[in-house]
Every structure is written in structure tokens, then in C-alpha cells.
Design a protein around this ligand. Structure first.
Ligand code: F0G
Length: 378
């Protein structure tokens, strides 16, 4: 049967009625890719998996939450949605609003969102408001507008977003047959780590304080399909690490623009997830984020955006210091596709070689670079 997205697949575990018609782009069912080369290259005894949520329809995990938020908004008769965004939420909101025939307003920090994401919000016909301010300013304004105008907020303070995003945990358990020992992910506004934890908790038939924040939400279909929950590990960029440092960051800065956030909305829920799971938050430098983004692309053929690479960068750091023990099974959620941010990818890669359309010249260039020749064996 044709796969039709997370709402149809997990209807009995989501806050939707049996007859609710999903606004869907067939999101979810993303691959869990085992990273087979990295442990060998790094000489680490670990089973590493990438849950490649960048392969969702708009290229990020936001689609899991957006199908729920827009489905419910449509059901309740909303005609317009709004969000603040570092890029991916705006791309997903714009696409699902288009699907539902709704108007969409997005507030983005001027000049600070990756090109691919901006092109999506524009192409799907949303009204793009570039604000002279950062994501946190946008988030505050969206909450104020939501109270004044008939627009549904589709940021992760919308509890349906978190509910949709929890399905990633269901898929990981299905793919592995059990939860991993550790689940690592980037933390920006902190909704996704909350969602992962709710999904794992429900799957283990366990309670979590992370659910409390969602007004009107209850536990949907707690069912013990797993006998335990993973340790949740969240990573923030060094220049935007409010949770790690224990206080808001006034002017967050990082090359990983998706997580350039100084005062996350789901801070408390993320802390609950971390505490209950026996996990931790840690930070990575921009340099390390970019190094690992490239390492992943070159050694495994997996291209994710910088913010996503931090999950793996953090895991490699924590393997190094023994915080993640030998023999562990670790899943990293790769939250967004590398194509979202072509500028950053190109800036850190070797320039293309420009050459005449001439057989001899091209043959020479290739010969010099074949495996085993001087130029490649260094
Ligand atoms: N990774 C990517 C690629 C993201 O776009 C985001 C958040 C995160 C990780 C962090 O997830 O906020 O749930 O902790 N992007 C939001 C946006 C803020 O507007 O697109 P989080």
C-alpha cells in the first residue's frame, strides 16, 4: 500500500480523530543509515546510525510536526498560519500551508537563514518578513501577533508539532528492533529533543514530565513496545549554548544558523528529557561542526546541514572522552539536508577545476588524481 505519511501510519498514537483527513506530503519513514566507515576510520568500537530526517519532503524533520499542526489548524477552520524561524520551520510551514490552501506568514532573521530555506519559503508563496533581529525576537513577536490576529502559530509551542515529531522515535525503534543506547541530536529551540523523548517514553510505557508543557495533551497510546529508553544527548553550538551554560544568550552566533537561538522555548522540557534519561547537554565549536559535516559527507556519502552535523560532532567528542562507552549503539538525528545551505558547503570545499574542453588536458588532470597516484596518496 502507498505510504501516506505519519498521521495515517501512527493515527492511534497521535491526537487526531479516526476520520481526520491529514494534510500530508507523505513525510516520515526516513532511512536509518548505519555509518559503516566512520567507526573504522576513527578506530572506535561503536555502532553508529544516522536517522536522516533531512530526507523529509521539505528537507528537514519539521515536516513531521508540520503535518500535525496544519492538519489540526485546517480542522479547526484556520485560514492562516504564522511562525518565527531560522529557516526550516518556515520552509515546512510554507509547503504545508500551500497544500492546505492557507496563507502563511514567516518571520526570519534578516540575512541569517540559509539560501535553500529562503528559496523554499518564497517559492511556496508565503509572506516572508525579514526582521532586523534574531530568532528569539521573532518568536516573541509571533506570540504577540498570535494573540491579536486570527493566525495559528505553528512553532513548537504548538503542542501538535511536538506530537508529530515524536514519531521519529517510533521509527527508530522499528528499524533497530529496540531503542539505541544513546540518541544524540542538535538543540536549538529544544522542541525536537522533547519530542524524541516523548516518543521513546510512550514506547516504553513510561511517564515523562516533558509532556506536561503541552496544554491539553495527554499520553497517546502509551504502549510498551520497548523495555527501556535511550540516554538523550543534546548538542548546542558554542556561540549559542544557553542550555549548556545555564542562561540565555543575548546575541547567539554560529555557522549552524538553524540553531542560532539564545532562549529556547522548550528549555524546561528539554531539561526534563535530559534528566529523566540520564543524559546531558554539551557544546561544539563551529570549526568542529564544519569538520564533521565534511567528514560525514566524504566518508559516508551523507550530506546534512551544519546544524545536523553537530549531533555527530558531539558524539565523536563524547566517545573520545569516554562519556559514551565502547560497544554502544548510538543514533544521531540528522535534522536537515545539506542542500539547505549550499553557501556553507561551497565555502569549505575545494573549488571546481576550470579546464578547456580538451581531451589531453582533461586526461592529464584525471590521471594525476586517480587513486594510488602521487597527488592522491598523501
Ligand atoms: N536542526 C535543524 C536543521 C533545525 O532547523 C533546527 C531548528 C534544529 C536542529 C533544532 O531543533 O529547535 O527543535 O531544538 N530549527 C528551527 C527553525 C528553530 O526555525 O527551523 P529544535
Amino acid at each position: 500500500m502507498n505510504y501516506t505519511g505519519i498521521i495515517d501510519k501512527y493515527r492511534d498514537r497521535l491526537p487526531v480523530a479516526p476520520r481526520t483527513k491529514a494534510v500530508t506530503l507523505n513525510e516520515g519513514a526516513t532511512p536509518l543509515v548505519e555509518l559503516v566507515n566512520l567507526p573504522r576510520v576513527l578506530r572506535r568500537d561503536v555502532r553508529l546510525f544516522a536517522k536522516f530526517d533531512g530526507l523529509n519532503p521539505t528537507g528537514s524533520f519539521k515536516d513531521r510536526g508540520m503535518t500535525m499542526a496544519v492538519t489540526r489548524a485546517a480542522e479547526e477552520g484556520a485560514r492562516a498560519i504564522i511562525c518565527a524561524s531560522t529557516g526550516n520551520t518556515s520552509a515546512a510551514a510554507a509547503a504545508y500551508a500551500a497544500r492546505a490552501g492557507m496563507a502563511c506568514f514567516v518571520l526570519i532573521p534578516e540575512g541569517k537563514i540559509a539560501l535553500g530555506k529562503l528559496s523554499q519559503a518564497m517559492m511556496h508563496g508565503s509572506v516572508v518578513l525579514q526582521i532586523r533581529g534574531n530568532f528569539d525576537d521573532g518568536m516573541r513577536l509571533v506570540q504577540q501577533i498570535g494573540a491579536r490576529l486570527p493566525v495559528e502559530i505553528v512553532n513548537s509551542i504548538n503542542p501538535y508539532r511536538i506530537q508529530g515529531q515524536k514519531t521519529v522515535a517510533f521509527e527508530v525503534i522499528e528499524a533497530l528492533g529496540a531503542p539505541p543506547d544513546y540518541h544524540a541530536l542538535p538543540v536549538g529551540n529544544a522542541g525536537n529533543i522533547t519530542a524524541h523523548w516523548i516518543g521513546y517514553s510512550e514506547s516504553a510505557g513510561a511517564q515523562t514530565a516533558a509532556l506536561k508543557v503541552s496544554p491539553g495533551m495527554r499520553d497517546y497510546g502509551r504502549r510498551a513496545i520497548a523495555d527501556r529508553r535511550p540516554v538523550m544527548v543534546g548538542y548546542q553550538a558554542a556561540g549559542a549554548a544557553p542550555i549548556v551554560r545555564g542562561r540565555p544568550v543575548e546575541n547567539p552566533e554560529t555557522v549552524a544558523t538553524a540553531i542560532r537561538i539564545g532562549n529556547p522555548v522548550s528549555w524546561q522540557q528539554a531539561l526534563a528529557a535530559s534528566r529523566e534519561s540520564g543524559g546531558w547537554f554539551s557544546e561544539c565549536t563551529d570549526q568542529e561542526i564544519l569538520r564533521v559535516q565534511k567528514l560525514l559527507a566524504r566518508s559516508e556519502g551523507v550530506f546534512c546541514e551544519p546544524a545536523s552535523a553537530i549531533a555527530l560532532a558531539g558524539v565523536l567528542q563524547d566517545l573520545e572522552i569516554g562519556r559514551i562507552g565502547a560497544g554502544s549503539t548510538v543514533v544521531c538525528t540528522l535534522t536537515g539536508h545539506g542542500l539547505k545551505d549550499p553557501d556553507t558547503a561551497i565555502a569549505q570545499s575545494a573549488k571546481p577545476l576550470t579546464v578547456d574542453a580538451d581531451l589531453t588536458a582533461i586526461e592529464r588532470l584525471i590521471s594525476e588524481r586517480l587513486p594510488g597516484t602521487a597527488a592522491t596518496s598523501s
